[in-house]
Design a protein around this ligand. Structure first.
Ligand SMILES: Nc1nc2c(ncn2[C@@H]2O[C@H](COP(=O)(O)OP(=O)(O)OP(=O)(O)O)[C@@H](O)[C@H]2O)c(=O)[nH]1
Ligand SMILES: [Mg+2]
Ligand SMILES: [Zn+2]
Length: 133
């Protein structure tokens, strides 16, 4: 089984091991210098020399796997209580007027490091999603 971060060349290696496989590979993102999550599914590939090998999707960060951008705030137990008080139901807590989360940060009710962590993870998840579109 090949596993490892996205973009390290797992699928490229397989295409070399068995020419003709034609598995999809993509260049790493210029912006993030990380892989683009090209392989989406786990696949068992029969090899001409006998046996099977599994190609797997690379993960950028296990912590954000399978979390939608809109769901992230619910995973922060110290941020979650303020979310229903935001003016907009789909508030990203970045720049919206009437954001109760940003207000709570300003008032010292949410630690700035936690808010930063939320912003960074959210960016990461959105980057992964945009590579899927
Ligand atoms: N220079 C160089 N580039 C490589 C090498 N192996 C892979 N690449 C390039 O790295 C990029 C990503 O390769 P992939 O095979 O798609 O990477 P992956 O690990 O399968 O990525 P995911 O499917 O997203 O998990 C492609 O542009 C490859 O051509 C290598 O040994 N040297
Ligand atoms: Mg791949
Ligand atoms: Zn908000």
């Amino acid at each position: 089984m090949l596993s490892g971060p996205s973009g390290v060349g797992k699928t490229s290696l397989l295409n070399r091991v068995q020419p003709g496989l034609g598995l999809k590979v993509r260049e790493v993102s210029r912006a993030t210098r990380k892989g683009r999550h090209t392989t989406r599914t786990r696949e068992m590939i029969p090899l001409d020399c006998g046996g099977y090998v599994a190609d797997t999707p690379g993960i950028r960060a296990i912590a954000v796997w399978d979390v939608e951008p809109d769901e992230l705030d619910a995973y922060y137990i110290d941020i979650k209580p303020f979310v229903p008080e935001c003016q907009f139901a789909d508030c990203t807590h970045r720049h919206e007027p009437g954001c109760a989360v940003r207000k709570a940060v300003e008032e010292g009710k949410i630690h700035p490091a936690r808010y930063d962590s939320y912003l960074r993870l959210r960016e990461e998840i959105e980057a992964v999603h945009s590579e899927w579109d």
